[in-house]
Design a binder for this molecule. Structure first.
Ligand code: ATP
Ligand code: MG
Length: 216
């Protein structure tokens, strides 16, 4: 398959899903830290399909988000980007379980899957489709993220569904208080985004005039 790592060479595979509107250093630092700490052979970034709206804002076109993720990861030989979600017919919802099943089938059962998320995303796992199957086919790595307390995460998930915690690892990573929301807002306000995202992504944003107006 175009772009994906060689099936024979992958034993431990990381998946990182996100809107990536745009991708930033918080995503990249997290993925690299998990790759090293968990001895992953590869990490595949999976930009989400086109949701009609996310938290009352219009999400940038999938192709832009895919290309920004591509340029941001190009210098890391252990990172690739998958089109599996963005190539879904538009409007069709994409669920993490479907993506994980897809990679589970593509790479085979011998490959161990690790799904990388931030602490904010993992707090919602109990609302995800087929979350218990999801937890049975992959291990979740919840990376700390400024503003989201680890204790809250343990308390919320631990009391709601104690068995979920068996397949969720919490990993403290160097804190990076960057979000895509912050970058979009800074661009709209004409502020610099230097060092918040790779230079190639900054260039891409300006060349394509993304985030010019405030649309949170
Ligand atoms: P937005 O502000 O638009 O919600 P975001 O910065 O949260 O964007 P997403 O694409 O929503 O980025 O996140 C994809 C995944 O990356 C999620 O699991 C999220 O928790 C995680 N993530 C995002 N930013 C960070 C960060 N700074 N540190 C750790 N994890 C992060
Ligand atoms: Mg987010």
């Amino acid at each position: 398959m175009l772009n994906l790592p060689d099936r024979e060479k992958v034993h431990r595979l990381g998946l990182m899903g996100g809107t990536f509107d745009p991708i930033h250093l918080g995503h990249l630092v997290t993925a690299e830290e998990v790759r090293i700490q968990y001895g992953l052979d590869h990490v595949i970034f999976v930009p989400s399909g086109q949701p009609p709206h996310k938290e009352n804002r219009t999400v940038s076109e999938a192709e832009h988000r895919y290309l920004m993720t591509m340029v941001a990861t190009i210098t890391n030989p252990y990172f690739t980007v998958s089109r599996v979600e963005i190539d879904q017919p538009s409007g069709a919802p994409t669920y993490t379980i479907d993506t994980v099943r897809y990679f589970h089938e593509y790479f085979g059962k011998k490959v161990q899957l690790f799904f990388i998320t931030g602490a904010d995303a993992i707090l919602e796992i109990l609302t995800w489709k087929d979350y218990s199957e999801l937890l049975s086919i992959c291990t979740f790595i919840a990376a700390t993220r400024p503003g989201y307390s680890l204790n809250k995460l343990k308390d919320t998930l631990g009391s709601a569904c104690p068995e979920t915690m068996e397949n969720i690892d919490i990993l403290e990573i160097p804190a990076v208080a960057i979000s895509s929301t912050l970058i979009r807002r800074r661009v709209a306000e004409g502020k610099t985004i230097k060092y918040l995202t790779p230079e190639s992504v900054t260039e891409y944003i300006f060349k394509n005039r993304l985030y010019c107006s405030i649309n949170e």
